[in-house]
Write a protein that binds this ligand. Structure first.
Ligand code: XUL
Ligand code: CO
Length: 443
């Protein structure tokens, strides 16, 4: 049964193509710096935005026209699986991601919820036998249902902690069964609204206890996927505990969890935290903690999480710069945690949106690769910090300096000369590379 009958397989047709349902820049088989685009970019489709979300917002009902919505309950869940694998194949995308509640409805009790999940994941497993699309990650939704009103692993109610643990336990079993490369923790309600009613210490200790139990259980069942924490500073809670990479990394180190986790960096979460996307990627990268990416973008005019498809080439370029410098994403990928706007309600819009995002990251990849090849930023940065490669700078870096030797040096060298940081020059160079990289052969 076809759910997207107006859409054929999306092919690479090149930048001269006028076909809206074709890739202009994403050519999966094209080699850039020794790897194909497909291997570099490892695109994923988010089940929740693409097959489950209906376009509802706090002011209005859903608007999305989805051919599978003529079904309900478990029939709807099954139709979504069918539609999803048709979508992956037509888009030629290597990965998908889901929350437990995106794929199967909750039953009247936890046991029934498990049964619904088992039916759907068995169906997915069947499709995956012949599909080239694999599971990048799955996760447990511990934020939508009213039981999570005060949090999940950080709830004041121990029964909720137990319920959330049961959901993650099941999620890890599913991850193992479906061969998920990663398992994600996004703490939807792990935070607080006000300190007035919050035991901050106990909540953070409990969150760490929860993560340790997850690590132990994965080991017990032999699940070897990468654990990822997805930082976000606010929304839905006023203050989310996994605020940003720096905060979450300090937490992981305090509780001795740093060897078991990496980060899933989402662009719109970075900007909500007052950082650029590339800042969060860089913070994760320099600490060896960059695991995966939720590829989207926010709206600079709005202060909430808009989850737009990424089309800003400046941002995709700087993101790919960090990812290439990281040596790639390993088991991670670029998951489009992005939704079509409420006004883009036709099924075809799902394809237009993903094509736009995939082409934008393909451009980012090529431009970033060229910037690295030509050492545009590297040679500038190297020269900028040159004072630390010799003399007193070298002593500092090698741990040979003290306040005594530095004072003696400063007394002799107090006529300091600084050099320009050349921000505007570097930005102009990036523009030049953005406009010209496609003329260059990068194979
Ligand atoms: C919410 C968000 C989630 C996570 C997975 O802002 O990004 O969808 O990616 O729970
Ligand atoms: Co996300």
């Amino acid at each position: 049964m076809a759910y997207f009958e107006n859409v054929n397989n999306i092919q690479f047709e090149g930048k001269e193509s006028k076909n809206s349902l074709a890739f202009k820049y994403y050519n999966p088989k094209e080699v850039v710096g020794g790897k194909t685009m497909e291997e570099h970019l490892r695109f994923g489709v988010s089940y929740w935005h693409t097959f489950t979300g209906d376009g509802g917002d706090p002011f209005g009902k859903g608007t999305m026209i989805r051919p599978w919505d003529r079904y309900s309950d478990m029939d709807l869940a099954k139709a979504r699986v069918e539609a999803s694998f048709e979508f992956y194949e037509k888009l030629n995308v290597p990965f998908f991601c889901f929350h437990d509640t995106d794929v199967a409805p909750e039953g009247s009790n936890l046991k029934e919820t498990y049964e619904n999940l088992d039916t759907i994941t068995a169906m997915m497993k069947d499709y995956m036998k012949t599909s080239k699309t694999k599971l990048l990650w799955n996760t447990a939704n511990a934020f939508t249902h009213p039981r999570f009103v005060h949090g999940a692993a950080t709830s004041c109610n121990a029964d909720v902690f137990a319920y959330a643990a049961a959901k993650v336990k099941k999620g890890l079993e599913i991850a193992k069964d479906l061969g998920a490369d990663n398992y994600v923790f996004w703490g939807g309600r792990e935070g607080y609204e006000t300190l007035l009613n919050t035991d901050l210490q106990l909540e953070l200790d409990n969150l760490a206890r929860f993560y340790h139990m997850a690590v132990d259980y994965a080991k017990e069942i032999g699940y070897t996927g990468q654990f990822l924490i997805e930082p976000k500073p606010k929304e839905p809670t006023t203050h989310q505990y996994d605020f940003d990479v720096a905060t979450a990394y300090a937490f992981l180190q305090k509780y001795n969890l740093q060897d078991h986790f990496k980060f899933n960096i989402e662009a719109n979460h970075a900007t909500l935290a007052g950082h650029t996307f590339e800042h969060e990627l860089r913070m994760a990268r320099i600490n060896g903690m960059l695991g995966s990416v939720d590829a989207n973008q926010g709206d600079t005019l709005l202060g909430w999480d808009t989850d737009e498809f990424p089309t800003d080439l400046y941002s995709t370029t700087l993101a790919m710069y960090e990812i290439l410098k990281n040596g790639g994403l390993g088991k991670g990928g670029l998951n489009f945690d992005a939704k079509v706007r409420r006004g883009s309600f036709e099924p075809e819009d799902l394809f237009y949106a993903h094509v736009a995002g995939m082409d934008s990251f393909a451009i980012g990849l090529k431009v970033a690769h060229q910037l690295i090849q030509d050492r545009v930023l590297d040679s500038f940065v190297e020269e900028r910090y040159q004072s630390f490669t010799e003399g007193i700078g070298r002593d500092i870096v090698e741990g040979k300096a003290s306040f005594h030797t530095l004072e003696a040096y400063a007394l002799q060298n107090d006529r300091i000369k600084n050099r320009s940081g050349r921000t505007e020059l570097l930005k102009a160079k990036i523009n030049q590379y953005l406009l010209e990289s496609f003329a260059k052969v990068t194979v």
